[in-house]
Design a protein around this ligand. Structure first.
Ligand code: F6P
Length: 340
């Protein structure tokens, strides 16, 4: 077989591990692989490179993606969608492995509906793809965010301040949740819960009274209601670039004004997405990449490789895409056990 592989959407640690696994698994059966450049754009435009064992020899620990990525959505325009289908036929690609989050996998589903032979691999630091316990990239991103929170704790404690850490997470608050839990924040704000300013202010006052400083973690996706934030730029999938709203800075201003506690904020943005993958992400990416090849070899097109408990399996793309996997009530209950 001839495999094609692409990485679409925001990069995250583990993409290269997944690409390597696709190439190695395919090679094990004597199959060849080509890598499309910059996500769906590379398929649309016929931009690709052969991927042999040498090409993937040392990429396992590297962050980012050697294939490049983009948020190009060729299925938004009929003419481009047809180009994608035709390109795969022209290049005699027997199976395409699309590695990405909801947008990339939604495009893969569209390709499958048009008869394309495609399988998916879920990735995103947001951990918000349905049907899989975890997505790779998430644990690595949270490790960076927790490290940032630990550093902020030092300065908050030294200066008797409140500090707000803003982390990524477009629709779902998984990164904020895990950062707050693992880093011991006094308050953690997620898009899944309505913003309650009184609760935040009470929490900050209590933490400062109790131990002299306060740490607040907020997801970039929370809705603060009326604020001075700028109108957001949108990407090709129509998503607002949330970091431009600067909810962390806005929140810090409100806390300082209302409590009189000197308050700072930090937005770590894309720092969360770079760097070497953590052990968990390396292994998950490797398992899912290899399994995607197995799915394709078994003719199970239109499926996506997922982690369910200890097992890697395939589920229809339909079950994985369309709506984000939100933080569930049991996690929220655990989180609020530790509110200040
Ligand atoms: O979808 C992953 C993500 O990291 C979101 O958490 C964040 O809102 C967005 O990407 C940022 O996108 P960009 O890299 O285009 O600024």
């Amino acid at each position: 077989m001839k495999f094609g592989v692409l990485t679409g959407g925001g990069d995250c640690p583990g993409l290269n591990a997944a690409i390597r696994a696709v190439v190695r698994r395919a090679a094990r059966f004597g199959d060849e692989t080509v890598g499309f450049l910059d996500g769906w754009k590379g398929v649309r435009d016929g931009a690709f490179r052969p991927l042999g064992l040498r090409d993937v020899a040392d990429i396992l620990p590297r962050g980012g993606t050697i294939l490049g990525s983009s948020r190009t959505n060729p299925f938004a325009k009929e003419e481009e969608a047809q180009r994608v289908v035709a390109r795969l036929i022209d290049l005699k690609v027997d199976a395409l492995v699309a590695i990405g989050g909801d947008d990339t996998l939604t495009a893969a589903r569209e390709l499958h509906r048009r008869g394309g032979r495609v399988v998916g691999v879920p990735k995103t630091m947001d951990n918000d793809v349905n049907g899989t316990d975890w997505t790779f990239g998430f644990h690595s991103a949270v490790a960076v965010a927790v490290d940032a929170l630990e550093r902020l704790r030092d300065t908050a404690a030294s200066h008797h301040r409140a500090i707000v850490l803003e982390v990524m997470g477009r629709h779902a608050g998984w990164v904020a949740l895990a950062t707050g839990l693992a880093g011991g924040a006094d308050a953690t704000l997620l898009p899944e819960e309505p913003y309650d300013e009184e609760v935040v202010l009470r929490t900050v006052r209590a933490a400062v009274a109790d131990r002299g400083y306060a740490l607040v973690v907020t997801s970039e996706g929370i809705d603060l209601g009326p604020r001075r934030g700028r109108a957001g730029t949108k990407d090709e999938f129509g998503h607002e670039l949330l970091r431009e709203r600067e909810v962390g800075a806005e929140l810090a201003g409100r806390i300082q004004e209302a409590t009189g506690v000197e308050t700072r904020s930090a937005q770590i943005g894309h720092i969360q997405r770079g760097g070497t993958p953590e052990l968990f992400d390396r292994i998950l990416a490797t398992r899912l990449g290899a399994y995607a090849v197995d799915l394709a070899r078994a003719g199970r097109f239109g499926e996506v490789a997922v982690l369910r408990g200890p097992v890697v399996t395939g589920i229809p793309l339909d079950e994985a895409v369309g709506s984000p996997k939100l933080v569930s009530p049991d996690w929220l209950d655990l989180l609020h056990t530790f509110d200040a």
